[in-house]
Design a protein around this ligand. Structure first.
Ligand SMILES: *Cc1c(COP(=O)(O)O)cnc(C)c1O
Length: 434
């Protein structure tokens, strides 16, 4: 029988986290896995079973089915804790919540199992995970080759923070492997790409990037926020680290901010000291919410992809829409790669409405179901315009040069009924005069 993490002990003793905790004791023998103890138990299960069960802690003290919220800042020190501090593997014991907490570990184990990762760390935000991971892999004076279509926060890290450490970045078309190789220099240390870009949904060939990274002895970091481990597992394709904003699909309910990094124990161990220094630890309550959200990840992703495909097909044939980009459409520019690399095409659609940005503004006002908001990946449909949100810092001319045309709309399709979503677009588009 597959066993979950179990906390054994009685109410009168704090030994629950010391002497007779099987899952913590196991760490001694399987130190290479660190806080991803449940990997072996669930690694052969399907993604839904992993979503529900992996990592969850069954508290034998109370019989609670779900992971309790370990709302504590600190833990009683025993022989094992002192020893772990002395031997430099404090990451494997509970000492202080900035270092680690059972609520956080439960999420880490679930995520690592879903991603087929040896190790994971959860952070207080996606940006914290990205900053800690990138800086952990770079030396003073290092060079990075990164996508020229990056999430704004990551672009700021590369463009404003890295130069202060004497580091530099070259930006390149994420789908042009020759152009990427041409940017590699003797001091290049990492390749940094997003699996699916925002807002143009360019799909990068992770396997090809991994081969390139290997050839030049570089590390490949993939931001897989837009695809999730349900669609694609970059580590299996050869990436060294995968980072996610858990604020999006992974949590799925638009009610918290969190992030994570996953990879080999060795590399993730390099990131962990940055977590401590930057103080980017997740709060136990947020960890609890994230674990709860993750339990429905697989079933939610199926609903997102089904709805998005139906809506994308509807929009594609509408005469007021000039372009629809969605990885599930045969017209998708990287359709062949999408069918090869993605098990799920997720819920992000980018489309252009005829009539430009004013028509797009009208559309957002007329829609009843999608809420006007940035972010993505929640159960509710969210809609926004790159020109006045994510790409507002560029001129109209610059946006067009990037491929973001007037009337460009970004839609995160939720898990509402697709008939309702299509009917809503039908009524809104009918009221727009071009
Ligand atoms: C939202 C997002 C981030 C940043 O995550 P936060 O949780 O908001 O810090 C990073 N990358 C991508 C692709 C995102 O969508």
């Amino acid at each position: 029988m597959m066993s979950s993490n179990k906390i054994k002990g009685d109410k009168t003793s704090h030994s629950a986290l010391q002497g007779d905790v099987t899952w913590a004791n196991d760490l001694k023998r399987t130190r290479s896995y660190g806080p991803t103890m449940t990997k072996d138990n669930w690694s052969t299960s399907g993604q839904s079973t992993k979503s529900v069960h992996a990592g969850s802690i069954e508290d034998e003290v109370t019989g609670a089915v779900g992971t309790p919220i370990y709302q504590t800042s600190t833990f009683i020190l025993g022989q094992e804790q002192y020893q772990s501090i002395e031997e430099g593997h404090a990451r494997d014991r509970f000492i202080y919540t900035r270092y680690g907490n059972p609520s956080q570990w439960a999420v880490q184990n679930k995520l690592a199992t879903l991603e087929n990762a040896e190790s994971a760390i959860v952070f207080s935000s996606g940006m914290a995970a990205i900053t800690a991971s990138v800086l952990a892999l770079l030396d003073k004076g290092a060079h990075v080759v990164a996508s020229n279509e990056l999430y704004g926060g990551s672009y700021h890290l590369f463009n404003h923070e890295l130069p202060t450490f004497g580091m530099s970045v070259s930006y390149v078309d994420p789908t042009d492997i020759d152009a990427i190789e041409a940017q590699i220099k003797s001091n290049t240390q990492i390749l940094y790409f997003e699996a699916l870009t925002n807002p143009l949904l360019k799909l990068v060939d992770i396997e090809q990037l991994a081969q390139l990274a290997n050839k030049h002895h570089l590390r490949l970091v993939i931001d897989a926020t837009f695809v999730t481990p349900i669609a694609c597992r970059p580590l299996d394709l050869g990436a060294d680290l995968v980072v996610h904003s858990c604020s999006k699909y992974l949590n799925g309910h638009s009610d918290l901010i969190a992030g994570c990094v996953m990879g080999s124990r060795k590399l993730v161990d390099l990131v962990w000291p940055r977590l401590l220094t930057y103080g980017a630890s997740i709060d136990p309550h947020a960890a609890f919410l994230l674990e709860r959200g993750l339990k429905t990840l697989n079933i939610r992703m199926k609903a997102h992809a089904e709805n998005a495909l139906a809506l994308a097909k509807y929009l594609e044939q509408h005469d007021k829409i000039s372009r629809v980009i969605y990885p599930g459409l045969q017209s998708f520019p990287h359709y062949e790669l999408a069918t090869r690399m993605l098990d799920n095409t997720a819920g992000m659609i980018t489309f252009d409405i005829k009539g430009g940005d004013n028509a797009a503004i009208d559309l957002l006002e007329l829609l009843q179901i999608p809420k006007q908001a940035t972010s993505l990946g929640g159960v509710e449909s969210l809609i926004s315009l790159p020109f006045n949100t994510s790409q507002a810092g560029f001129t109209a001319k610059q946006r067009e040069a990037m491929g973001i045309m007037p009337g460009c709309v970004r839609l995160s399709v939720g898990i509402e009924d697709s008939d309702d979503l299509i009917a809503d677009f039908e009524q809104a588009l009918a009221r727009i005069s071009l």
